[in-house]
Design a protein. Structure first.
Length: 168
């Protein structure tokens, strides 16, 4: 009897077919990695903004200005309204380290007749999602369908932070 060394052609074909079936079923899970990354970063930004707005509110409460709705007060150079950071770059934008280097953002003035306290909104998306010349364009930011919206609460409570991620 001879010693067999190696695989037959049939064994190789069966192994390749099995690997092909595994690749077809597993590939879609790995193809959405970038969109999952964008979503995760948006939720990370939401968490950071939520926590920083609470920290700023705590500092405002310690100074007794948590109910101030003049819009003239600042905590650590961060503009506040009702004790929370305003929905502008000099408000919530300054609470995030290197925010202007990684995000495209601006105040959203659509859908509101007034931009007084409680009516302001701020939107942000990834710089990678836009041309650099469009980084301040609110409509282009919103057209990505992959952005965060920070809105002051007109009742004076905690800001409302919404994530739109259908385009991520």
């Amino acid at each position: 009897m001879r010693n067999k060394a190696g695989f037959t052609l049939m064994e190789l074909v069966i192994a390749i077919v099995i690997l092909g079936i595994l690749a077809v079923t597993a590939a879609p899970k790995f193809l959405n990695v970038s969109s999952d990354t964008y979503r995760a970063k948006l939720y990370e930004l939401k968490g950071s903004m939520t926590e920083m707005s609470r920290v700023i509110y705590g500092k405002a409460a310690m100074q007794g200005i948590e109910n101030d709705k003049t819009g003239d007060r600042k905590i650590d150079d961060i503009a506040i309204w009702g004790g929370y950071p305003k929905a502008i770059y000099k408000g919530i934008g300054l609470t995030i380290v290197d925010f202007n280097q990684h995000w495209a953002f601006n105040q959203d003035k659509t859908g509101s007749s007034s931009h007084d306290g409680g009516e302001r909104a701020f939107v942000a998306t990834f710089l990678k999602k836009l041309n650099i010349k469009d980084k301040d364009d609110v409509e282009k930011i919103k057209a990505t369908n992959c952005y965060l919206r920070y809105k002051e609460n007109n009742t004076g409570g905690e800001p409302i932070i919404t994530i739109i991620d259908s385009g991520c």
